[in-house]
Write a protein that binds this ligand. Structure first.
Ligand code: NAD
Ligand code: ZN
Ligand code: ZN
Length: 341
């Protein structure tokens, strides 16, 4: 039996272990991808800690920002071939038949399976994927750029889409991490004025470098007051892993404002006042990753030079240190990408 190196979660309270596991073989409709790069999404940390109401089945291999070259294809695969560069996203499988799948909302399919959660992910030399749910990485997009776009990119591109942000509007981005640094760029691409909120000055320096019009350090300033001074946010996108940020984002909205929930903190609840929601005509929108079309659009926007992906690379062996750095905001670049060439 052939084996490969992988980072495996055996226990929600213990570090990942780097070990030899069986190398996957493609079944019908499946491909095996030799991973070149995979991004560290905060979701991988939630998964490894069992933070959410629905937990992954142990043991499992995390990683849903995997990019690599198709090494082998199973029977019946038509949309990709050996040698293609593909991206393996969170939406690893959907049924293709339900009312969500047929109406362009495959991300809501009740029969979906998620990569790096219920399907082994990209923190390994090879990953198996359902061919229909991988994205083709366009020529001219490097694998190291493509990795963060595969979740952080597509998720925030979709979040900005559902926020309905228009060029005359103020969009507040709460959290300038892996997701946030791309969210603010999509809001700029949509033509909006952008305010970025974080707790760390270094993250706000990054936000300014990427075109944020205003930056607010929520440790030193009250983001509600600062955003109200600007007339209130027409849309607020919450990618900060903290219910407090969700509450501040709510209170910073202008009338007719939209609050988009994206982050998934382990602490699952926030205070949401009914009276102000009604009187101010607030809409609350939950947004989960993006479809295959959203991913293709995300790659096309990047290939057209409209976004910048900021990352630092680490070897996969250092996955546990990388998790700790992200949890404490110690990573220098917004995204850590495991370099697996
Ligand atoms: P990250 O750790 O890279 O970024 C989080 C950022 O939020 C950091 O810059 C941090 O300093 C900042 N922050 C923390 N508390 C804050 C506060 N109170 N106010 C302002 N900023 C604050 O994480 P990430 O990879 O960008 O992921 C963010 C969240 O989004 C995670 O919970 C992840 O699971 C979730 N996620 C959701 C989806 C989805 O489809 N809805 C997809 C991917 C990730
Ligand atoms: Zn993710
Ligand atoms: Zn479906």
């Amino acid at each position: 039996m052939k084996t490969m190196k992988a980072a495996v979660v055996h226990d929600f309270t213990k570090p990942l272990s780097i070990e030899e596991v069986p190398k996957p073989e493609p079944g019908p409709g499946e491909i095996v991808v030799k991973i070149e790069a995979s991004g560290l999404c905060h979701t991988d940390i939630h998964a490894a800690h069992g933070d959410w109401p629905v937990k992954p089945k142990l043991p499992f291999i995390p990683g849903h920002e995997g990019v690599g070259i198709v090494e082998s294809v199973g029977a019946g695969v038509k949309n990709v071939k050996e040698g293609d560069r593909v991206a393996i996203p969170w939406l690893g499988y959907a049924c293709g038949e339900c009312k969500y799948c047929v109406s362009g909302w495959e991300t809501l399919c009740e029969r979906q399976l998620n990569t790096g959660y219920f399907i082994d992910g990209a923190y390994a030399e090879y990953a198996k994927a359902n061919a229909k749910y991988v994205g083709l990485v366009p020529k001219g997009v490097s694998p190291l750029d493509a990795a963060p776009l595969t979740c952080a990119g597509v998720t925030t591109y979709k979040a900005v889409k559902v926020s309905g942000a228009r060029p005359s509007e103020l969009v507040a981005i709460f959290g300038v991490g892996g997701l946030g640094h791309l969210a603010l760029q999509y809001a700029k691409v949509a033509g909006a004025t952008v305010a970025a909120v974080d707790l760390l000055d270094e993250k706000l320096d990054v936000a300014r470098e990427l075109g944020a019009d205003y930056t607010i350090n929520a440790k030193k300033q009250d983001p509600i007051e600062e955003l109200k001074k600007l007339g209130g946010a027409d849309a607020a996108i919450c990618v900060a892993v903290s219910p407090k940020a969700f509450e501040q984002a709510f209170r910073s909205l202008a009338r007719n404002g939209r609050l988009v929930f994206v982050a998934l903190p382990a602490d699952n609840y926030m205070q949401l006042p009914i009276f102000e929601t009604v009187l101010n005509g607030i809409r609350i929108i939950g947004s989960i990753v993006g479809t295959r079309l959203d991913l293709a659009e995300t790659f096309a926007i990047h290939a057209a030079g409209k976004t910048r992906v900021l990352y630092e690379t680490r070897p996969l062996d250092k996955v546990n240190e990388a998790f700790e750095d992200v949890e404490h905001g110690r990573n220098k670049a917004p995204r850590i990408v495991f370099n697996q060439f």
